[in-house]
Design a protein around this ligand. Structure first.
Ligand code: NAD
Ligand code: UDP
Length: 313
């Protein structure tokens, strides 16, 4: 098949491009390089089955494709808050353009949605049936509400125009190719520890997240996309739940050195807890994460150790 991946030069997108090429597909990677990097896809450049389009999803685009994965959107809070208006435009216009393209080409289209649609959840763990607890006017709203609106658009194009959709609600995912200055917690802690700097815990560190290794997530993406009929949103994530203090201690335990923990103010609307209920993905896709946090951290630390060796401090 010919597959379009928007945001294909980013962390998740580049792993997805690799997987799709491995599976024998032709890949068109579309990216504006806001948070993505050519380094992530350099190894694919020049291949006959890989094409790179520098383009912004807020402007329309055309391609003759069988599948569209819509991943274009900054994902880390500092990046998506850097230009909040651009973030919401990216989610909403990007979804409209992908859905318009899917309608015309009859391609199946996949939305990279997020656990942020649940906001600061009052239900725990989060099931797909939970409608969420989201502040519409806070500093995370450009991202959370943008992604919620994109889900609405996906469902309405499906109901109204018969577009064949898939929606993954992705929970915190980490691994090689995260940007070293990405700002998300796993990459921050690892990079800080490797540089011998203080590990920055926001707030008291008792908030929780569930961390999924990228290899597990990409397997879930492909299974969901190729499911014959599952058009409702599906949680994809690792149900292991950790406080940020526990995460910091694990990273310190692995890297050693002289780094200490420091506490910084908790940003506004930071969710207190998060853990996916993945029984829908388990039942429908036969999917469950296989990479334990310890193993995934080792692989990610290994990546950053090599990367930082080549980057001046
Ligand atoms: P990332 O920042 O590494 O990748 C996003 C990619 O989209 C980058 O390559 C960036 O340059 C590109 N992009 C951003 N705005 C664009 C635009 N207007 N036009 C074209 N390209 C644009 O982040 P990621 O972690 O790889 O996330 C990928 C997708 O998955 C995002 O949609 C994100 O919301 C979603 N997601 C990720 C996680 C996670 O934990 N990694 C969790 C939930 C949802
Ligand atoms: N966090 C932290 N230190 C950091 C970066 C993040 O303590 O250097 C916290 C953040 O406040 C949040 C959790 O880690 O409670 C996860 O943050 P991240 O930005 O990775 O993802 P999200 O909040 O979007 O789930």
């Amino acid at each position: 098949m010919r597959v379009l991946v928007t945001g294909g030069a980013g962390f998740l997108g580049s792993h997805l491009c690799d997987r799709l090429i491995e599976d024998g597909h032709e890949v068109i990677c579309l990216d504006n390089f806001f948070t993505g990097n050519k380094r992530n896809i350099a190894h694919l450049m020049g291949r006959a089955d890989f094409e790179l389009m520098r383009h912004d999803v807020i402007d329309p685009f055309k391609a003759e494709v069988d599948r569209i994965y819509n991943l274009a959107c900054p994902a880390s809070p500092p990046h998506y808050q850097y230009n909040a208006i651009k973030t919401i435009k990216t989610s909403v216009m990007g979804a409209i353009h992908c859905l318009g393209l899917a309608k015309r080409t009859r391609a199946r289209v996949f939305q990279a949605s997020t656990s942020e649609v649940y906001g600061d959840p009052a239900e725990h763990p989060q099931r797909e049936s939970y409608w969420g607890n989201v502040n519409p006017v806070g500093i995370r709203s450009c991202y959370d509400e943008g992604k919620r609106c994109a889900e609405t658009l996906f469902m309405d194009y499906h109901r109204q125009n018969g577009v064949d959709i898939r929606i993954a609600r992705i929970f915190n995912t980490y691994g090689p190719r995260m940007h070293p200055d990405d700002g998300r917690v796993v990459s921050n802690f690892i990079v800080q520890a490797l540089r011998g700097e203080e590990l920055t815990i926001y707030g008291d560190g008792t908030q929780t997240r569930s961390f999924c290794h990228v290899d597990d997530l990409i397997e879930g993406f492909v299974r969901l996309m190729e499911h014959p009929s599952l058009t409702m949103p599906v949680n994809l994530g690792n149900p292991g739940e950790f406080t940020m203090l526990e995460l910091a201690e694990r990273v310190l335990g692995k890297i050693g050195g002289k780094s200490k923990i420091t506490h910084l103010p908790l940003p506004g609307d930071d969710p207190r807890q998060r853990r996916p209920d993945i029984s829908l993905a388990g039942g429908e896709l036969g999917w469950e994460p296989k990479v334990a946090l310890d193993d995934g951290l080792d692989r990610t630390i290994d990546y950053f150790r090599k990367l930082l060796a080549g980057i001046p401090k």
